[in-house]
Design a protein around this ligand. Structure first.
Ligand code: HEM
Length: 551
């Protein structure tokens, strides 16, 4: 069959091309590439005819950065691994603001907390938008997630609903659940300590499921846990600025998945299936359970919200469902990564562990677990939790924001629509703020009088993102970290694993790349500190299980 070039390309674009015809596919692929190439060329030519607009505003230069190539800009400079290292190197070379461009899209990296504060906090109304990423928002069907949508009334309404249960003044309603779920983690570690990463994963998933839906999941293979993990893995890949061409050439979201270069389409379709499961399945199960047997005997976001809004308000129901799914998706993987960082730090810094255990012995004694009521008396535990967030920031570049209007900072022009990325990793390792930043030193959070004082250095300022889009679950996340650290150190000694000859197996911090970065898996030895503790663990875990199971 003969095709005119236009109708042929149109058909290919709409995915109508008959399959099973190799030549036709090759011609279609070539045609597509040609069309895209032409589109990019015309776009670039139009922009390059307006050099003043493209590179300057108000007669001012863009921030410095690596030299871009024509058309593709800095696409080839973008790091695909350990992004924070390249960004930090650029920071050292070019300064606190680094500009790169990909296919005409501006990306500006912020390398110091001082500038992050000035832009994200003080100019919050300009810097709180989120870019619409075709891969994440559209192909993965994530537009319902208020963490990924434009700044505006809809976001404000959903965030307010979320914070009404997870904000600083109310979040302690989840403390009893966090204490009980920690006892279950301690018990799993008694049985199979070598599977500690699996146990941490279940711990984080379990906590979110209990607190958000009032549903008790007690296995890592539970479909809800599997789904949350799969979604977070895919988000970690999909949200990397500069990693996906489709985010810069949105026309690519329309190409048929069978084209040779379009494997991202089938990947996105697979990811979107999990996203839909995450959004609908646990909420429906939770609602059915609430109708059947009433609210659980502990705090749950969905139960509280449905009681407040009633079961017949469809608009409110959608909001509750979507806020719940955000928590479930956003809160598990990030928490696991952070807890893994803590475990690794304990293997590498035994003197820190010993000091913490001495503090617990002094304040709590040996006949009970620490609770949130002990927090004010356990400053060293708090400092360990803070240092865990700093030592390896598990969201090294947080998530990109988008600039709403042209702006000027320190003589540089920052163009409307630019992606603004806070290099949190660099802020956490800024030698001007933290001496000896690569070492794990909780002592850095104490002042010269020996009092806990992290007002100027609190890692919360960058490790949970920035400005008005700061993680809406950070109080809950900090509480989870604190109680888990306190109870683990009360009950267990964490040490290097030994090889067959009895020598310690060396480990080091070797974090994965991506939006969420966690230590690569490492072995360690986790042994109970006393028989009495073993008894307490079993008893507390039995009580927690019986309470959670009745719900
Ligand atoms: C250690 C654990 C966690 C880390 C490191 C973390 C980190 C982050 C980061 C970097 C962002 C993006 C902020 C930005 O765009 O500037 C974010 C957003 C968010 N996180 Fe977390 N998070 C954690 C745990 C949680 C938990 C447990 C929840 C829920 C209970 C949660 C809920 C959210 C929500 C709802 C948003 C979207 C906020 C918005 O756009 O308004 N996170 N988080």
């Amino acid at each position: 069959m003969a095709f005119s070039s236009v109708s042929f390309l149109d058909q290919a674009a709409l995915g109508w091309l008959p399959t099973g015809r190799t030549e036709a596919r090759i011609v279609a692929a070539a045609g597509f590439l040609w069309t895209i190439g032409l589109g990019v060329y015309l776009y670039y030519r139009r922009r390059s005819q307006e050099p003043e607009k493209r590179t300057r505003g108000h007669g001012l230069p863009l921030p410095p950065g690596p030299k871009p190539l024509p058309i593709i800009g800095n696409a080839l400079d973008m790091p695909m691994k350990r992004e924070w290292e390249t960004l930090t190197k650029w920071g050292e070379e070019y300064g606190d603001l680094v500009h790169v461009t990909i296919l005409g899209k501006h990306i500006i990296y912020i390398n110091s907390y001082k500038v992050a504060y000035e832009l994200f906090e003080r100019r919050g109304s300009l810097y709180s938008d989120k870019p619409r990423l075709p891969l994440l928002n559209e192909l993965m069907d994530f537009d319902w997630n208020f963490g990924l949508i434009h700044y505006g009334d809809h976001w404000r309404k959903y965030r307010r609903a979320f914070v009404s249960k997870f904000g600083g003044t109310v979040v302690q309603m989840f403390n009893p659940t966090q204490e009980r779920a920690t006892a279950l983690l301690l018990e799993r570690l008694l049985e199979t300590p070598e599977k500690f990463t699996d146990h941490l994963r279940l711990h984080a998933g379990q906590l979110i499921m209990l607190s958000v839906y009032g549903i008790f999941v007690n296995s890592r293979q539970h479909p809800y846990v599997v789904t949350a993990e799969a979604v977070m893995d895919s988000v970690s890949q999909a949200a990397r600025p500069g990693a996906w061409l489709v985010d810069y050439l949105p026309i690519l979201k329309k190409v048929p998945a069978w084209l040779p270069f379009a494997n991202y389409m089938s990947t996105a379709t697979h990811w979107a299936d999990n996203v839909r499961k995450l959004r609908f399945v646990p909420f429906q199960a939770c609602k059915a359970k609430l109708v059947d047997s009433g609210p659980p005997p502990y705090a749950s976001f969905v139960a509280d919200m449905l009681q407040e809004h009633g079961y017949d308000d469809k608009e409110a129901e959608m909001m509750i469902q979507d806020c719940a799914a955000v928590a479930y998706g956003a809160g598990s993987d990030t928490s696991v990564a952070t807890l893994s960082v803590f475990m690794l730090a304990m293997v590498l810094y035994p003197e820190v562990q010993k000091k913490a255990q001495e503090e617990i012995a002094r304040v709590v004694g040996a006949s009970r677990f620490p609770t949130f009521a002990d927090r004010k008396d356990l400053p060293y535990i708090t400092a360990i939790a803070k240092e865990t967030l700093r030592w390896h920031t598990v969201a090294p570049q947080a998530l990109p924001h988008q600039l709403r209007e042209d702006d000027v900072y320190e003589g540089y022009y920052l163009p409307k629509g630019a992606f603004i990325v806070g290099n949190a990793w660099r802020m956490a390792h800024d030698p001007a703020v933290y001496s000896d930043p690569f070492n794990f030193k909780p002592e850095r959070f104490f002042n010269s009088e020996g009092k806990l004082d992290y007002a100027a250095t609190d890692p919360v300022k960058y490790s949970f993102g920035f400005g008005r889009r700061l993680c809406a679950g950070y109080h809950f996340a900090e509480n989870t970290l604190w109680i888990t650290v306190a109870c683990l150190l009360q009950c267990y000694d964490i040490a290097p694993a030994k090889d067959k000859a009895g020598n310690p197996i060396p480990v080091k911090l070797d974090p994965s790349s991506g939006i969420i970065s966690r230590p690569e898996s490492f072995p360690c030895s986790i042994t109970p500190r006393s028989d009495l503790m073993v008894e307490f663990i079993r008893q507390a875990a039995a009580e927690a299980t019986s309470l959670f199971q009745t719900a």
